[in-house]
Design a protein. Sequence first.
Length: 94
Amino acid sequence: MVTVGMNYVVLPGKQGEFEEKFAAVLGALDAADGHTSSTLWRDVVNDASYLITSEWNDEDAFKAFITSDAFRSVTSWGKAEILAGRPSHKVYKH
């Protein structure tokens, strides 16, 4: 099993839109092979900063998801409309 932490900073005023989109993306995550669960966290100091933690059976399952058309369409929209910068992620193996 691996946990993936994905860090995002959104444009000012776009927090609600980002949270709504995450709720929609959760359906795609739940349908992805190897995905166990995901949670959206918001920074209490900087409310434009978010962390999504996702549990996966293995790193290959996560890599398959982030190279999928579903993920690509969401990230293209996010880059153009919501995000203040490039997101980053880290894989934690356990």
